[in-house]
Unconditional design. Structure first.
Lengths: 671, 181, 152
């Protein structure tokens, strides 16, 4: 019953997307606004179908409708409510359904936003592209990855339950949806970029809207990546949070190109330059999300995160090919028209810093892409398997990251066009000294590791320069509005230019993460203890005692828990569980987190009696990775707040970014 | 200047085609013959201790044709191949130049004892020094089976469960110096 | 030296001296334990996806972790130790592409692209700085002052 209902809804969604596509195409060809308006309405139908299908899936999961293959594979009667709910995206078919739902929401929101401009050819073309992408993902569900497939043969009495790794941490409830909301969102900028290329409308009007959507998607993606790292740390039990695994790289790649776009789009807004480059970044970001989905879902790369693999590989590859060739073809066709007569006057200017920033982000993306696909290349050419891992990515990525940190410290204080030495000296002196002193203190305190110490120094540099910009802004406001308190003046200043201050807040989050990356990389102790019950060992001056073990047998799993006490820290219970549907035991780390120190205990071997092997890891400032991520997301939200209209005649210093505005020559003649 | 964007796009397009072909032709089949068997390497100088405390090493087995099987109690394919191993062992255990040895990979003593009892394993099973032996043989999983010829060469073997017929043919090949199938 | 530039000169001096100390101090340690740890991080666990020998809890990783110190004690060099595991487990056991043959491609492509990009940007900046902006003509000035006059 649910199978037919769900499949029916998917069919309706597919049909609506197809009709929307055809109607919009007809409207464009015949130049009829009525048809375009009609086409746009199909979005509502698609959204309702996707929403309905998702609801049907959830009722099937909660109703333990094991006549559906997906339900039988991913929940059991004993699965707790939360993991029954999250089972909707625990495997391939369900995650594509969620992908389709989120995509419909984005497309519907865009349609609403542009409701008065439906007959604008640019919007019409963008809608056309959005329908095409919707059609692809709905067709994928209908023909290759049907979430409502029925079991063949007898309906099982109970399901298999979710993958053990997906049923022991509540982060699975928010990490995948965040990640998808990020990845899916890049469809909208992609559609507008295609539309701009087709209609040859390179005016800057569409840019603002695309920038906002990109920023929303980027914020979700950032949250998704950070939550993924957190999940990895809390669940996988190897003590790390980022392994340069193909699945992680697949989400990091579009993040890098989108970050590059968010920066370089400002050069286009200000100076009308870098149009081809910006469009290429938007197009590349979308193509990279599809590439990532292909790599991780088709089984061509091995990964610890790849929970679901199936035969959708050829579908995704074909779609990727179509998207990439459309994009490259359009840029080749229109590229020359796009070229803007612009110039960068000085290497010491905001736009030059953005240019370098983009070069570094693109370079970073190339490193990640090369490392991810290189094993495929070698396997195809030489028929041997190789692996590319952390040391490769870090040797190439860390220098780029340090260079980016340096740019982040000086970039935001550089003025547009050109900076005089005098100006730079006065703006950078205090921040640069903050960095220099941090370097000195860190080295005097005995810190090792060049990249780690540089991260501290450049972090301090950046924080001081952000603090300086913010203080000047607030001071300037208080100078005019003498009656305002600091708190009020700060809020007002931020409201006056949310984009600037939101951006600075994001930078602050990046600094926090960079510092935490350095502390965790450089100041982590690991020990493996073999202890009999009652025995102790000393780690970092703390006595670690293995008290006893607890064996808990239930039909779903057998859990062996080691009770461990660490003097002065607390009690721990690292465990290993064996599930009937998984061969190897799944370890559950036991973590004690403080802002300064993390104690991370794992059970490495699990005999039911005698000696156990306990892994003890003492990490430094791990928690700040997640806090940094939170700051970045809050900063993104601030940057999305619409700016207050500038009131006429209000003094410049209050509403303008404190020192962004260099007098711009009114006459500029370029050769 | 006009041509530049076109050329870049053309180059990117060509790279994309190559990349697409690369992704499309990928087929991942795990090698089913262990690497050291492919190379016909000499058997490593391993030394293990069986569950009943006997020391078994490469030197003491020299001159025999013997089978080394890596396994553990939680591996499902190991359970699957257990009857074949049992039948194969029962068929050959009377032969003077034949030996068979099970080496445990990543498991606990009590679990292995349970497995040996449940599957009625009658050939020697080694746990002591098993991790080092697993490194010596270059194993990457379980079950993994090696057949060693009298002159100490790993002539045949397989990663993954083996059948009785395959084991028989490998033993014949190891004894006669023929190729394995 | 002008009065305004001495804080900068001092800063540069402090940073250079500190960096020299830092770089000399951060030379990788040659102690057997540090070497073993480093090699374990450079090797991929042969039976897992992506984890290093240092991180993994699998049999092969555990056995290699125990084996490395023995080889160091026997006087083998880091490269010899890595080579030994390659002979056991194929090149898949290394976590970085080789420094020769096709492995070079993985190193060269991103580095070359980055330097080409830098060179391109540097060239463009130089070209722009060589072709100065045309000075405003009297006509331009007139337009500007007219507009300015309108504004006020």
């Amino acid at each position: 019953m649910r199978a037919q209902l769900g499949y029916g809804l998917l069919t309706i969604g597919t049909a609506a997307a197809a009709l929307g596509l055809v109607t919009t195409a007809a409207g464009i060809v015949r130049k009829q606004g009525r048809l375009l308006e009609l086409g746009r309405r199909y979005v509502v139908l698609v959204l309702l179908a996707a929403l309905g299908a998702f609801v049907v899936m959830e009722t099937a999961l909660f109703g333990h409708d094991f006549s559906l293959q997906y339900v039988a594979d991913n929940v059991a009667r004993a699965t707790p409510g939360l993991y029954t709910f999250t089972a909707a995206w625990a495997a391939l078919e369900g995650s594509i359904l969620l992908w389709g739902l989120l995509l419909s929401v984005y497309v519907a929101a865009t349609a609403w936003r542009f409701r008065r401009r439906a007959d604008d050819p640019l919007v019409a073309w963008a809608t056309l592209v959005q329908f095409a992408v919707l059609l692809f993902f709905f067709a994928l569900m209908l023909f290759a990855a049907n979430p409502f497939k029925q079991v063949s043969g007898l309906v099982p009495l109970d399901g298999r339950g979710p993958n053990p790794l997906l049923q022991n941490h509540p982060l699975v409830a928010i990490h995948p949806p965040m990640l998808y909301a990020g990845l899916v969102g890049f469809t909208i900028p992609f559609s507008f970029a295609i539309a701009a290329l087709v209609t040859a409308r390179f005016g800057e009007g569409w840019l603002a809207d695309v920038r906002r959507t990109t920023l929303i998607a980027w914020g979700f993606l950032t949250a998704g990546i950070v939550l993924g790292a957190w999940w990895s740390y809390a669940v996988l039990g190897w003590g790390g949070y980022w392994g340069w695994d193909p699945v992680e790289n697949a989400s990091f790649l579009p993040w890098l190109t989108a970050t590059a776009f968010i920066h370089s789009v400002m050069v286009q807004e200000r100076r009308g330059m870098l149009r081809v480059w910006n469009l290429s970044l938007v197009l590349a970001t979308f193509c990279l999300t599809i590439l990532g989905t292909f790599l991780t879902r088709s089984g061509v790369v091995n990964s610890v995160h790849a929970f679901s693999q199936s035969a959708i590989g050829p579908w995704l590859l074909t779609f990727l090919g179509i998207c990439a060739f459309t994009a490259v073809g359009l840029v080749a066709w229109r590229g020359d028209k796009l070229r803007a007569p612009g110039r960068i006057d000085s290497p010491v200017s905001r736009e030059a810093a953005f240019l370098l920033n983009n070069l570094l982000f693109a370079g970073f993306a190339l490193v990640v892409l090369t490392g991810t696909v290189f094993p495929l290349l070698v396997e195809a050419l030489q028929n041997k398997q190789i692996s590319v891992g952390q040391p490769y990515f870090e040797r190439l990525g860390v220098p780029i990251g340090i260079a980016l940190l340096f740019l982040m410290a000086i970039g935001p204080v550089l003025p547009w066009r050109a900076a005089s030495g005098e100006l730079l000296r006065s703006r950078l002196l205090i921040p640069a000294w903050a960095g220099g002193l941090t370097l000195l203190i860190a080295v005097a305190a005995g810190a090792r590791g060049i990249a780690n110490v540089l991260a501290f120094a450049l972090g301090a540099f950046t924080v001081a320069s952000i603090g300086r910009s913010a203080t000047i802004g607030v001071r300037a406001r208080r100078h005019v509005h003498k009656d305002e308190g600091w708190a009020h003046a700060t809020t007002r200043t931020v409201r006056g230019n949310p984009r600037l201050y939101g951006g600075l807040l994001v930078h602050l989050g990046v600094v926090v993460i960079a510092v935490a990356l350095a502390t965790t990389a450089g100041w982590t102790t690991r020990r493996e203890l073999q202890l009999n019950p009652g025995e102790s060992a000393t780690v970092r001056g703390h006595q670690v005692t293995f008290l006893d073990r607890e064996v808990d047998r239930s039909p779903q799993k057998t859990t062996i828990k080691a009770r461990v006490r660490i003097a002065g820290v607390g009690s721990f219970a690292p465990a290993i569980s064996t599930f009937p549907n998984a061969a190897e035991g799944i370890g559950t780390p036991s973590i004690h987190t403080t802002p300064w120190r993390d104690w991370y205990l794992t059970l490495s071997s699990s005999p039911t009696s005698g000696r156990v092997t306990i892994g003890v890891q003492v990490g430094t400032m791990v928690m700040w990775l997640w806090i940094g991520g939170l700051i970045m997301v809050i900063g993104t939200a601030v940057a999305l707040v619409p700016a207050r209209r500038r009131r006429v005649r209000e003094p410049e210093a209050v509403t303008a970014p404190p020192e962004d505005e260099q007098p711009v020559p009114l006459v500029e003649v370029t050769s | 200047m006009r041509l530049r964007a076109r050329w870049i796009a053309l180059m990117v397009g060509a790279a994309l085609v190559a990349f697409g072909v690369l992704l499309a032709v990928q087929h991942r089949d795990e090698p089913s013959v262990p690497r050291l068997v492919q190379q016909h390497a000499a058997v490593p100088d391993f030394s293990v201790t069986s569950l009943d405390g006997k020391k078994i090493d490469a030197a003491s087995l020299r001159g025999k044709t013997y089978v080394v099987n890596f396994f553990n109690s939680w591996c499902i394919p190991c359970h699957a191949e257990a009857p074949a191993l049992q039948a194969f062992y029962d068929e050959h255990k009377g032969e003077r130049d034949f030996a068979m040895l099970g080496i445990v990979r990543q498991d606990e003593a009590d679990a292995i004892r349970g497995y040996v009892a449940a599957e009625k394993v009658t050939w020697p099973v080694a746990l002591g020094g098993a991790d080092q032996a697993s490194l010596d043989f270059g194993t990457v999983g379980q079950p993994e089976t090696f057949v060693v010829s009298p002159d100490g060469v790993m002539v045949c073997g397989r990663s993954g469960p083996s059948t009785q017929a395959a084991l028989d043919s490998w033993l014949r090949a190891a004894r006669t110096g023929k190729q394995c199938v | 030296m002008s009065r305004r530039s001495w804080p900068w000169v001092l800063l540069v001096a402090v940073v250079v001296v500190t960096l020299v100390v830092l770089v000399t101090r951060s030379q990788p340690s040659r102690s057997p334990r540090a070497r073993a740890d480093r090699i374990a991080h450079q090797l991929a666990c042969p039976e897992c996806d992506g984890e290093s020998v240092a991180d993994s809890n699998s049999v092969s990783a555990r056995a290699i972790r125990e084996d490395i110190p023995r080889r160091i004690a026997a006087g083998e060099s880091d490269a010899e130790i890595r080579e030994f595991y390659v002979s056991k487990y194929t090149e898949k056991v290394l976590r970085t592409p080789a420094n020769s043959g096709i492995g070079l491609v993985a190193w060269a492509v991103p580095v070359a692209a980055l330097f080409l990009g830098l060179a391109g940007v540097a060239l463009a900046l130089r070209r722009w700085s060589r072709t100065p902006r045309l000075p405003a003509t009297a006509e331009d000035e007139a337009i500007v002052s007219a507009v300015r006059g309108h504004d006020r």
